[in-house]
Design a binder for this molecule. Structure first.
Ligand code: NAP
Length: 284
């Protein structure tokens, strides 16, 4: 199975994001540099980090070493980062961005995201105004959010007149959040799946279903799940520190699920999330 080519998804703001990126959650700052360098060398052109991952410095070093931080090649890579919840607010978001862009060693970020909606301490309206300023200044290209439920998206739209271009949410075969996905699609918001394999827990989901489909196509369990996301039009950011898995996770274009196989994965939806509840969680 060969790597890519990875298609782009065109966002509501006109920007084009590679449909597959590398996630770097739970990799320490020092280890992040070789992991991101390996992914870029393999052909990844989309990296997903966050202030809260404490590894933007490691990403920045990898961008610089590989020649993608500035200059002609900068436009060939998509870099996403996210604001810490504790730094939401107008002035604090602008200050945080200055620090983050310094760590990333680049002049602009492709996508800046509100990390959690924190509805119990709602400051997404003020934060959004800061994000708009950064976009106007050319320091951010696309504005996004993570973990927003339809009620949070409605509120943000009511207060700012805008929907984000992307909503990054927990999404995998056993947690499909159809209500959130349908709302996003109806409002032109691209859906980006985090924990696309439920951090590995979905690799054997469905009493052997994933394994049987994998065997039929001669691919891995991970490739079956990630291919299902791709066929749904979802942006994915699987994380791996291993070069061979990074390659595997972006080698999804030499096979297709049959309608029955796709429907069998649709049927794995369940009531248990792998991560946190956006109604109550804050990643400070
Ligand atoms: N916005 C948010 O609130 C939020 C929350 C969570 C995550 N995220 C983003 O989403 C990214 C991905 O989510 P995630 O890291 O939680 O989970 P994930 O990508 O579903 O799973 C990662 C786990 O699967 C393993 N793995 C990767 N490829 C594999 C393969 N081909 N075969 C077998 N195992 C494989 C990895 O191990 P190895 O590394 O050892 O290969 C790791 O343990 C994060 O890195 C982060 O960027 C965002």
């Amino acid at each position: 199975m060969t790597f890519g080519p990875i298609p782009d998804i065109t966002l509501a703001d006109g920007n084009r994001i590679p449909q597959i990126g590398l996630g770097v959650l739970r990799i320490d700052d020092e280890q992040t540099t070789p992991v991101v360098e390996s992914a870029i060398d393999a052909g990844y052109r989309h990296i997903d980090t966050a202030a809260g991952y404490n590894n933007e410095g490691g990403v920045g070093k990898a961008l610089e070493h590989s020649g993608y931080a500035t200059g002609e090649r900068r436009k060939d890579i998509w870099v996403t980062t996210k604001l810490r919840d504790s730094e939401q607010g107008y002035d604090s978001a602008l200050r945080a961005f200055d620090r983050q862009i310094g760590l990333l060693r680049t002049d602009y970020v492709d996508m800046y995201m509100i990390h959690w909606p924190t509805p119990f301490d709602w400051r997404s309206d003020e934060t959004w105004h800061a994000f708009v300023r950064l976009r106007d200044e050319g320091r951010v290209r696309t504005l996004g959010v993570c973990n927003f439920l339809p009620e949070n998206l409605e509120r943000l739209h009511g207060e700012t007149g805008e929907y984000p271009s992307v909503n990054q949410i927990e999404l995998h075969p056993t947690w499909q959040q159809r209500e959130v996905v349908d709302y996003c699609r109806a409002h032109g918001i691209a859906v980006e799946a985090y924990s696309p394999m439920a951090r590995g827990a979905d690799l054997d989901a469905g009493d052997g279903v994933i394994g049987r489909i994998a065997e039929a196509h001669g691919v891995s369990h991970a490739q079956v799940i990630l291919r299902w996301h791709i066929e749904n039009g979802t942006i994915i950011i699987p994380k791996s520190t291993h070069r061979e898995r990074q390659v595997e996770n972006a080698s999804l274009f030499g096979f297709a699920l049959t309608a029955e196989e796709h429907a069998a994965i649709d049927a794995l939806d369940g009531p248990v999330r792998a991560g946190h509840d956006p109604r109550t969680f804050s990643y400070s």
